[in-house]
Design a protein around this ligand. Sequence first.
Ligand SMILES: Cc1ncc(COP(=O)(O)O)c(C=O)c1O
Length: 376
Amino acid sequence: MKITFNRPGLTGRELDYVTEAIRSGHASGDGGFTFKCQKLIEEALGVPKVLLTTSCTDALEMTALLLHLQPGDEVIVPSFAFVSTVNAYVLRGARPVFIDVRPDTLNLDETKLERLITPRTRAIVVLHYAGVACEMDPILEIGARHKAPVIEDNAHGLFARYRGRPLGALGCLATQSFHETKNFHCGEGGALVINDPGYIDRAEIIREKGTNRSRFFRGQVDKYTWVDVGSSYLPSDILAAFLYAQLECRDQIQAHRRRVWERYRDGLADWAAQNDVRLPVVPPHCEQAYHMFYLLLPSLATRQALIAHLKSHNVQAVFHYLPLHLSDMGLKLGGHPGACPVTEDVSDRLLRLPFHNELTDAVQDEVIGRVRAFHV
Ligand SMILES: Cc1ncc(COP(=O)(O)O)c(C=O)c1O
């Protein structure tokens, strides 16, 4: 039997709620389950507004529209990131300015931030890698001093904290993913988290095809019409119903993921020390989201050898994030080797182990045993 890297799970009442959404007569967007999910996240994060979206990618695109990004604007973004983290801004004609990451948490290196800011900098995008917070205090301070809004790509970090404050509630806008690989999922889904209330009205319009339909449904206008640019970024209530069942079980899901993460750490610590392998670093002031467990092998060759060794035993392990500045698009946009040395180094050496909500102790023990049998 193959041990897959991910497996989308069912935790609680997903299928009951999906049936309920359809039977309610409102299966399209902004139905009862959409509002329940949004309220749950708003309360958990202590933010004024959350809007469910069809993906984190779409929520990121909404942030670019909300900031009125134009050709010639610059957006600082880590090179060690997902394509959507940068594509959202390139779609509007903005130029990505790639920043390197810290060698410990693999998060944006705040000590390199200020020197990349120019009069054209319009946003700083941070990604809390593996659900471990970036150093948000200095990042927010630099952003505020240069009037550059900070956007959190919090795809990995829902319910994690930085110095006691929830991730997603720190920048002016943040984005979440509910893709099947995330802690909570509905197949494909996402959310835009709005901390600066000045963005709420326009975000509702952009999400509803550029119309003021949300205001119409609230009885604030007597007909709705085209008022701005926009697209169809709202998910059906069927997806929201599925997601709500997952979010309701968030304590149970997070407790399970914590256990998986800690069992990997405890089961691999001595093997890692003996084989020059680095395990994830979580600073004491960061409460992580237990999104993934990765290993940093000593070299590209040993990383590839471990992936092949695990594959030969039916265990699927994967790498993560090729440096964006060295991708085909990144090179066209001016990226070159050596521009982000830490990213280039860790990208070659990182390996992610199977991690999902249905991983049992027995299956995890099999993975740990196979890893331990590998000698660098
Ligand atoms: C950091 C990060 N941002 C954004 C995304 C895109 O998420 P979605 O698939 O919901 O669009 C991902 C997907 O894995 C991601 O890892």
